[in-house]
Design a protein around this ligand. Structure first.
Ligand code: SAM
Length: 184
């Protein structure tokens, strides 16, 4: 079975979008992926290491050779918290939150549920009808605070306005899971 993020990518691959947002840039894998399926990608992180790693990734050939090709012109990287995304982009069709800490970076610098929740609420206002928000949630990094608070919020979303689904491993404790929110 594919990983949670592979599952997200498989779903996104079926479409072409105008605007995509990577709310948690990290090492840039989701940003690079989205750039193949979106006219433009807006990508956010609060760590300069994430920005530098992603800059390198989006100009490296996808087949992992050392050779560099022209920078991806349809990607804009922002060194700022995702809660301010609406300063840069109004409407979008696809967004990814891949929560937790930067792999290979400072494990203290993790997504904070208050900010994540605030940003998801704002993101749903800017998501176009038919668009999807994907949230990959890790239970371990903050004793499950983010997961508990987000799940409680997702359950309150009006089913007439949103389809909300959860994809999770049923036979493994504390494994990451994906929540998909589709605006109807
Ligand atoms: N999508 C990434 C990739 O493809 O490599 C992985 C993301 S990583 C699990 C989570 C990232 O969220 C970290 O790099 C962290 O710095 C970032 N982050 C934490 N709080 C943030 C915030 N308020 N705004 C934007 N990014 C944030």
């Amino acid at each position: 079975m594919e990983s949670m993020i592979e599952f997200v990518h498989q779903r996104i691959k079926k479409h072409k979008y105008q605007n995509g947002i990577d709310f948690t840039m990290g090492n840039g894998h989701d940003t690079l992926f989205l750039s193949d399926y979106c006219h433009h990608v807006y990508s956010y992180d609060i760590q300069s290491l994430a920005l530098n790693n992603t800059k390198e990734l989006v100009k490296r050939k996808k087949n992992n050779t050392k050779e560099f090709i022209k920078d991806k012109k349809n990607v804009t990287l922002f060194l700022k918290s995702h809660e301010y995304f609406d300063e840069d982009v109004r409407d979008f069709e696809v967004g990814i939150f891949n929560l937790g800490y930067l792999p290979g970076g400072n494990h203290e610098c993790v997504t904070q549920y208050e900010i994540t929740l605030k940003t998801i609420k704002k993101a749903l206002e800017h998501l176009v009808k038919g668009g999807c928000l994907y949230v990959v949630v890790y239970i371990g990094h903050d004793q499950g605070k983010e997961s508990t608070n987000l799940d409680a919020y997702f359950r309150t979303l009006d089913h007439k306005l949103y389809n909300v689904a959860k994809f999770e491993m049923m036979n493994k404790n504390n494994s990451p899971y994906v929540v998909i929110i589709e605006k109807r």
